[in-house]
Design a protein around this ligand. Sequence first.
Ligand SMILES: [Zn+2]
Length: 199
Amino acid sequence: MYTASLQALVDQLGRLPGIGPKSAQRLAFHILKVAPEDAVRLADAIVAVKNNTTLCGRCFNVAEGDLCTICRDPRRDGAVVCVVEDPRDIVAVEKTQEFRGRYHVLHGSLNPIEGVGPDQLKIKELLARLDDEGISEIILCTNPNLEGEATAMYLARTLKSRDVAVTRIASGLPVGGDLEYADELTLGRALEGRRQVEA
Ligand SMILES: [Zn+2]
């Protein structure tokens, strides 16, 4: 049906999340139609993001270089650290404009069924930061679903013996949902209404 190169493009686009066969075909024909320099810009952006993106040496957010833009910003308050599951969650919290501290990205949540235990998450790294950075509050900002709650409880227990306040974002977020889909106002309120965790 397609030429070999068009078929290859349809196949690759079809592997992206949320892109079905119809959308893949539509996108492929769109790319075929655009000016060559536009197509090259798209291809270059894909290559560049893979070549240039690393993880922040401090918080494990996406970065270019040693530290992410948030960790490099001297105006951020290093005493308060918001713990999230995924770099996308940082984008969600930043949009609320309610938070001026730093982050820590776990890169997942506890999920025994899928074999994700504490050692698969950046938890050791979080504990190491407590000793080095003078952190006074840890805000547990994991997703309001089963795995996110289990992760928050695990962290609360682990941090109990440490000299640090541990808070959890307030309920009010849609249960079972993902942080990144919460609207800014709701997430902002959840942050503002955070409470000390009893572990
Ligand atoms: Zn960082």
